[in-house]
Design a protein around this ligand. Structure first.
Ligand SMILES: NC(=O)c1ccc[n+]([C@@H]2O[C@H](COP(=O)([O-])OP(=O)(O)OC[C@H]3O[C@@H](n4cnc5c(N)ncnc54)[C@H](OP(=O)(O)O)[C@@H]3O)[C@@H](O)[C@H]2O)c1
Length: 272
């Protein structure tokens, strides 16, 4: 077994670590010296990955099997996040997408997606945050999507779940960023993982202008964004000033979002 050269960083709990983005996070965080708790449903894959990362990086890695759409499994992971003070980083990554529209769509599958993409990361962040606040340190990374900014490109429920994570992260940063807790929300563009095939989409047939990034490059960029201290990281976006301008425009709305009278254009219509 190799031993890593890094100071121990504590333990990272990564959801959806059995494949794709979560698996690469596990690899990179092991190389950075984090011990790992790997969460997903496929216990065999998690155990294999844990074994490999321990052998390669000398970190402790544990497979924690859980179906995050099951209330009792989710409660077990929450309990671990509340009780285990070695945990310094939560990567809320597990997610799924459902092909097609809400109109005529499979409502049960859509509900499961909301459970996994919204309820699970919310409860896990809510479970770990009080300990981070009381210790004055800790990091929560939420994996959103560029679709948070582009609801017209894809089914509105999936993009809505990702917009929720962007909203939640910005609000959490405002609330506990000053208390030593780092919040980062990552907005990947299309990334080459199994999520496409699982949701029945053909990656060789993406709309014009949507290009696929390799998963290693996406995760390395996201971690570079974390190192830079970013709250919002958009790996594909060439100019950060584009995001900053968008966000500044959003913030500029604020003084006018809640007033004691309706805007003149409506008042004029009312007095007709
Ligand atoms: N790939 C992209 O183009 C892209 C772009 C933007 C954002 N994202 C987001 O990135 C995240 C990771 O997706 P990915 O692309 O890496 O997809 P992926 O390869 O399909 O990985 C999804 C992970 O989530 C786990 N998972 C699925 N259902 C689960 C459940 N019920 N309980 C616990 N774990 C569950 C899967 O493991 P098990 O099956 O073993 O449970 C797997 O480890 C998602 O939140 C996705 O929305 C992806």
């Amino acid at each position: 077994m190799k031993t890593n050269n890094y100071t121990k960083k504590g333990t990272a709990l990564i959801t959806g670590a059995s494949s794709g983005i979560g698996e690469i996070y596990a690899d990179r965080l092991a190389k950075r010296g984090y011990d790992l708790i790997l969460v997903a449903r496929d216990q065999k894959k998690l155990e294999c990955l844990a074994k490999r990362l321990t052998a390669e990086s000398g970190v402790r890695a544990e497979a924690l099997q859980a179906d995050l759409t099951s209330k009792s499994d989710l409660a077990r992971v929450e309990m671990r996040l509340r009780k285990d003070e070695q945990i310094t980083l939560l990567v809320n990554n597990a997610g799924m997408s459902v092909e097609g529209s809400l109109v005529g769509g499979d409502l049960d599958r859509i509900e499961t997606m909301i459970q996994l993409n919204v309820i699970a990361p919310t409860r896990l962040a809510g479970a770990v945050a009080p300990g981070f606040v009381s210790r004055g340190s800790g990091t929560i990374v939420n994996i959103s999507s560029v679709l948070a900014l582009a609801p017209e490109l894809f089914g509105g429920v999936y993009s809505g779940t990702k917009a929720y994570l962007l909203n939640l992260s910005q609000s959490l940063h405002q609330e506990i960023g000053q208390k030593g807790v780092r919040i980062q929300v990552v907005l990947p563009g299309a990334t080459r993982t199994a999520i496409w095939e699982k949701s029945g989409k053909d990656v060789s047939n993406l709309p014009a202008g949507i290009l696929l990034m390799e998963v290693e490059e996406m995760v390395d960029a996201a971690l570079a964004g974390l190192d830079l201290g970013e709250v919002v990281t958009i790996p594909s976006l060439p100019n950060i000033s584009d995001w900053e301008a968008f966000n500044a425009n959003r913030l500029a709305l604020r003084p006018n979002l809640s007033r004691d009278h309706a805007a003149d254009r409506y008042m004029a219509a009312v007095s007709l």
